[in-house]
Structures are given as structure tokens and as C-alpha cells.
Design a binder for this molecule. Structure first.
Ligand SMILES: *Cc1c(COP(=O)(O)O)cnc(C)c1O
Length: 457
């Protein structure tokens, strides 16, 4: 008993919160008004579905301004933001270095559809600091980058099928809007209307963390698989951290079957460091995709590989891919400014240490109170899971019922000035702009929120 009591209070004193119970809802008058209007313009009132707050309480908040780790909505509510525009804002909102660089470059015009020196500059920053890519191509979104990487893999190998994992998101291109059917190895089923069944037949969907499933897939579709695509660390459906051994196995089985291994590092690229999850695991992907952080808040995506593989892209090779606004100078400028900041020594070490402390102190509290709650984290990514499992590595391990609890936590956090993505399947991001003060404030709000969730106040 004594031992367990000791253990219970072995965290920081600050881990023991006051139970304030539910807080009154923040005012959303202006946001609600804007949302009503937006619904007359856009399906669901939004230009990307998750923004619609369908799985949490209330109407979406319309954001007016961001600065550092803070955002303000149309009603003037202030929040400490852990969404960071879904990942890109690793330096926080409206970073002066990015704003200055963008403003400077904008003076010379917005787009030329011709090469500029800025593309070279960003490419050099990336390639010099990344042993996994020799040549790259910029796109305007992560979706485009991944779609092009798939085409490249097919063009390079002369094979059509791709293997993807249940619980990984790779943007909204046809081949990848496919979910698992029933059975261990199946053709995928489309996860969106409008995707032809014949496309889904080219995508095999298997569970993560299951060597037998991928072995079976390669046996069944021998010599037909162009590529295996996985998120560097799956972070779009919870945070599904894969074992070292499994990731190495993927590399080997791809090699054995002359299939390419694609790491979709649109979230993890420049989040876990300049070399993303590939360096985290020490596993070299054949093709890698980046997005989000690379554009400093403006629309940039990228795919890259060895010079040999990239030689198959037009105009050098026969795999066609293009973009009117690809390598846009203003977007390049934002990317250059952001990556320059990230390349400073100690940047990731500090950010990751801060995140670890934040996540672990929340965990200590939850554990001491026996709450069915885990904070999974890697680098500066964290995910709140209402579970008692020690690890969650597959989509199936996530209990859909637990999202009811997230919904309550989300409301309590908004009401306490903390903004996180409006879905329990989404991860949160700590930025360099979050200081100890805001993290402490957020932690307290989260602990109070958990008390509300678990005590039904
Ligand atoms: C966000 C994301 C994408 C899609 O990028 P968009 O810029 O939204 O098109 C693709 N893959 C992963 C892993 C992502 O996180």
C-alpha cells in the first residue's frame, strides 16, 4: 500500500490538479455566424472535412489570427494551439523570419512558371542535410507528392499493384482512398465514393505490425507489387509507432520482391529531424515524400529518391508529372526560412525534450489516478488515447467507443483555452514557440479536463 502510494505521488507536485469541474462554454457567436454563411458556399461549410467539428461538440471555430503558439478566433477567444495547421507550423504561427522572407520575395512577383533560384536554394537545404534523397521534385501538396511517388514506383518497376496499411493516410488520390476489406490479405475497398473499383483492385490493404500479412500479400501477388507505402511513423489515425524490427523487415521483403519501399513522411519529415523517420529507424526508403513543414505554412510538397530512380521522371524519363505552381517562389521562400531555422544545432533536441516532459508529466498524473488514458509520443508529436493498452500499433487496436471520451476532453480544453485538432484520431504537435509557461498551463488544463472526463462532472 505504502509502495503504491509512493509510486502514485512520485510525479511532480504540479501534477496534482484542482478539480474545477466543467467550465462554461466559450462564446462562439461570431464563429457560428461565419459557419452558417460558409455552409452556403462550401459542402459542410469547410474546404477540408476534418475542420467541420463533426466528431466534437459545437460549431467550428473560425480562426482570425495566430502568433507564436497562440491562435485567436473570430469571437476573440485566445487558445494555446497544438494543431499547428495540422503539422506545418513547427516554429509556431507567424514566425517573423518566415514572414520577412515571404514579404521580401513577394515584392518581385508571385509566380512565373519558369525556374527560379529559390527552388535551388530550398533543394540544396534539403538534399545537403538528407542522405536519403539525391534528386527531388517539388509539388504543391502532400497528396500530389504521394500520388506522384506511386506513379514513379509503377513506372520504375513496370508493376501496378501497391501495398498500403490500414491506419495510414496518404492524401486523397484515388489509389490511396482504399481501406481493408475482410480477411488478412484482400484487395482494398474504396473508402470514398467516386473511386473506381478497378483502382481499388490495384491497392492491397493489410494491417500494420503484421509480418505474416505482408508475406502473404507478396506470395499472393508475386511479381505484381510495385511498392509498399507506409507513413514514416503512422500519425493520421492515432500515433501508431512501429517496431524497429518490423520496419527493417519491410525493407527486406521489398528488396526480396523487387518492390520499392515508399516512406510517406509528409508529417514526420522535418518533424523528427531533416531525415525524418528514415533516420529515426535507420532504414533507407527507395522513395520518400514530404509536405507540411517543408512549406513553412505555404503549400509545398516534395518527393525524392536516388538520382537513378528520379531519372524516370519527365522530362528526363517517361513518368509524367507537372504543376503550374510547383516550386512557387513565395512558397519556396517560406520553406527556406523555416528549414533554415530548423537546421540550427540543438533545435530538435530542445523541442523533443520539451515534448517528452510535457507528455510524461500528463501520463504520470493519469497513471496515478488510474485513468484509462495514455499519451503516446515521438519527437514533438503526441497523441491522447483513452486506453489501458501499453502500446497501440494497429488501427484495430483503437477502440472507437473511446472517442466519446475524447469529445468531452476536447470541449473542456477549448473552454480552458487549449486548441487541439477536433478528432480523437488526430495527433497534436508541440512547436518551438511553446514555452514552459504555456506547456505548464496546457498541462493543467489537460489534467482538469481528464478529471471531468473520468468523474463525469
Ligand atoms: C497530410 C498528409 C498527406 C496529404 O497532404 P496534403 O498536403 O493534405 O495533401 C499525405 N500523407 C501524410 C502522411 C499526411 O500526413
Amino acid at each position: 500500500m505504502l509502495e503504491s502510494l509512493k509510486k502514485m505521488f512520485s510525479g511532480n507536485e504540479g501534477d496534482l490538479p484542482v478539480h474545477t469541474g466543467s467550465k462554461p462554454d466559450i462564446s462562439r457567436e461570431k464563429s457560428a455566424e461565419l459557419y452558417e454563411k460558409a455552409k452556403t458556399f462550401f459542402p459542410g461549410g469547410v474546404n477540408s472535412p476534418v475542420r467541420a467539428f463533426k466528431s466534437v461538440y459545437g460549431t467550428p471555430l473560425f480562426i482570425q489570427k495566430g502568433d507564436g503558439c497562440y491562435v485567436w478566433d473570430a469571437d476573440g477567444n485566445q487558445f494555446i494551439d497544438f494543431c499547428g495547421s495540422w503539422g506545418p507550423l513547427i516554429l509556431g504561427h507567424n514566425h517573423p523570419k518566415i514572414r520577412e522572407k515571404v514579404t521580401e520575395v513577394m515584392q518581385n512577383g508571385m509566380s512565373f512558371g519558369a525556374p527560379t533560384a529559390l527552388e535551388n536554394e530550398l533543394a540544396e537545404l534539403i538534399i545537403k542535410n538528407n542522405k536519403f534523397v539525391e534528386k527531388i521534385r517539388f509539388t504543391s501538396s502532400g497528396t500530389e507528392a504521394v500520388m506522384s511517388a506511386i506513379r514513379l514506383a509503377r513506372g520504375y518497376t513496370g508493376k501496378d499493384k501497391i501495398i498500403k496499411f490500414e491506419g495510414c493516410y496518404h492524401g486523397h488520390s484515388d489509389s490511396l482512398l482504399v481501406k481493408a476489406g475482410s480477411g488478412l490479405v484482400t484487395f482494398g475497398e474504396t473508402s470514398s465514393q467516386g473511386v473506381p473499383k478497378s483502382f481499388a483492385l490495384e491497392t492491397i490493404v493489410i494491417p500494420l505490425n503484421d509480418k505474416d500479412a505482408i508475406k502473404a500479400a507478396f506470395e499472393q501477388f508475386k511479381d505484381e507489387v510495385a511498392a509498399v507505402i507506409i507513413e514514416g511513423i503512422p500519425a493520421n489515425n492515432g500515433l501508431l509507432i512501429q517496431d524497429q524490427d518490423y520496419v527493417e523487415f519491410l525493407q527486406q521483403i521489398c528488396k526480396d520482391n523487387k518492390a520499392l519501399l515508399i516512406f510517406d513522411e509528409v508529417i514526420t519529415g522535418f518533424r523528427l529531424g531533416f531525415e525524418g523517420a528514415a533516420a529515426h529507424y535507420g532504414v533507407k526508403p527507395d522513395i520518400v515524400t514530404y509536405g507540411k513543414i517543408i512549406g513553412g505554412g505555404l503549400p509545398v510538397g516534395m518527393y525524392g529518391a536516388s538520382a537513378e530512380i528520379m531519372g524516370h521522371i519527365s522530362p528526363d524519363g517517361g513518368v509524367y508529372q507537372a504543376g503550374t505552381l510547383s516550386g512557387n517562389p513565395v512558397a519556396m521562400a517560406a520553406g527556406i526560412a523555416q528549414l533554415t531555422e530548423l537546421s540550427r544545432s540543438g533545435f530538435y533536441k530542445d523541442l523533443n525534450a520539451k515534448t517528452t516532459e510535457f507528455a510524461e508529466s500528463i501520463q504520470r498524473f493519469a497513471t496515478a489516478r488510474n485513468y484509462k488514458f495514455k499519451v503516446f509520443h515521438v519527437g514533438s508529436i503526441f497523441w491522447f488515447a483513452f486506453t489501458d493498452k501499453e502500446a497501440i500499433k494497429t488501427a484495430e487496436d483503437i477502440d472507437p467507443q473511446s472517442m466519446d471520451k475524447f469529445k468531452v476532453l476536447h470541449r473542456e480544453l477549448l473552454n480552458r483555452g487549449i486548441y487541439i485538432g477536433p478528432s480523437g484520431y488526430e495527433v497534436g504537435f508541440v512547436s518551438a514557440a511553446h514555452t514552459k509557461i504555456e506547456l505548464e498551463k496546457a498541462k493543467r488544463a489537460i489534467l482538469e479536463g481528464l478529471d471531468v472526463v473520468f468523474r463525469n462532472k
